[in-house]
Design a protein around this ligand. Structure first.
Ligand SMILES: NC(=O)c1ccc[n+]([C@@H]2O[C@H](COP(=O)([O-])OP(=O)(O)OC[C@H]3O[C@@H](n4cnc5c(N)ncnc54)[C@H](OP(=O)(O)O)[C@@H]3O)[C@@H](O)[C@H]2O)c1
Length: 305
């Protein structure tokens, strides 16, 4: 019997969407603590566009000799469980695969990963919607961890990019730690931002106790923080210099199956918004990248193998 293979999207020489190729790679069985997932949907995230465009190669963070895998989050069903994993074949799961320097990704028919990095998808949440939650839900939850509890009397938080994936989750999660949240977004996003219970602005004045910079506006967002306040960014490898007593942090999202289970439960009840812009076949990953790169897309493109 020949080697069993599956299809996956990779880049060999990064050069934007045109560099994305679909290749066949050998299937492997899950080892101890691992599962193999049949992927039902993989979200197209800004980081994928940056990988395909060579940004992380240029930073020296990707050194794959043959090809680099694309895709960070996914939902699907358990196809095989390794020793020590108590998940039945067919269980719906979602998860995130962290890291730039890898020859495999979630834009694929199959994926092997540690069971601890995924969570069961609850009833009431379909797999395409679930595929949009892991990376950006965890990123937002971990930004909130970096913000911590709002200090008494200094609880005004501005979220930039509030209509984006990370930003919208922040609007939902930050109030639990006492923050009074205002979202900075485009004028057309006002109803969406307010529907999540946040205040809204298209042009914030300086003086915020904290800014969570989900639009990655960097110095422009840092300038909106009051002296002695807090700035939390989304690019650990590029952040504004600390100044004026403002603390500067940036999220470097890590997998956390337990936290993800909670986020998926909230998504199933509608407490966290899941927004799917369009579902495209895996073969059209390059088209999804081209469309996402234009900006203005609300909700994720999800690739279906
Ligand atoms: N470090 C980590 O671990 C981590 C994890 C997840 C995400 N991230 C990063 O977090 C960022 C957000 O990701 P995402 O998935 O939420 O992206 P997204 O869905 O594209 O959201 C970004 C939002 O910001 C808006 N925006 C950009 N410039 C703006 C401005 N000047 N004023 C108002 N709104 C503005 C965009 O609107 P338009 O579309 O109209 O421009 C969009 O709605 C990305 O840079 C991503 O790479 C980092």
């Amino acid at each position: 019997m020949g080697t069993r293979t599956f299809r996956t999207a990779v880049v060999r020489t990064p050069d934007g969407p045109g560099a994305i190729e679909i290749v066949d790679v050998p299937l492997r069985e899950p080892g101890p603590g691992e599962v193999r997932v049949r992927i039902a949907g993989a979200g197209v995230n800004p980081v994928d566009l940056a990988v395909a465009g060579g940004y992380f190669h240029s930073l020296g963070l990707i050194r794959q000799p043959h090809h680099t895998g694309l895709g960070w989050d996914f939902a699907g069903t358990v196809e095989a469980a390794g020793p020590g994993v108590d998940l039945a074949v067919g269980t719906p799961v979602a998860g995130v695969l962290i890291g730039f320097d890898r020859d495999f990704g979630t834009y694929a028919e199959q994926l092997v990963l540690p069971a601890a990095d995924l969570a069961v998808v609850p009833d009431g949440l379909d797999l395409v919607a679930a595929a949009t939650v892991p990376l950006n839900g965890l990123a937002a939850a971990q930004v909130v961890d970096l913000l911590g509890d709002a200090p008494a009397g200094a609880d005004r938080l501005l979220v930039t990019g509030a209509a984006g994936a990370v930003g919208a989750y922040l609007l939902s999660l930050a109030p639990e730690r006492g923050w009074r949240v205002t979202g900075l977004a485009r004028a057309a996003d006002e109803d969406f931002v307010r529907s999540l219970g946040a205040g809204f602005t298209t042009a914030a004045e300086p003086g915020w106790d904290a800014v969570a910079d989900a639009a990655n506006l960097q110095e422009q967002a840092f300038a909106l923080v009051r002296d002695g306040g807090a700035y939390v960014g989304v690019r650990p490898n590029a952040r504004p210099a600390a100044d004026r007593g403002v603390t500067v942090a940036a999220v470097d999202t890590h997998a956390d199956g337990r936290r993800l289970a909670d986020l998926l439960t909230r998504a199933a009840t509608g407490e966290l918004p899941t927004r799917v812009h369009a579902v495209l076949p895996l073969d059209r990953a390059a088209d999804a990248h081209r469309a996402a790169a234009k900006g203005g897309v609300r909700g994720r493109y999800v690739l279906r193998p």
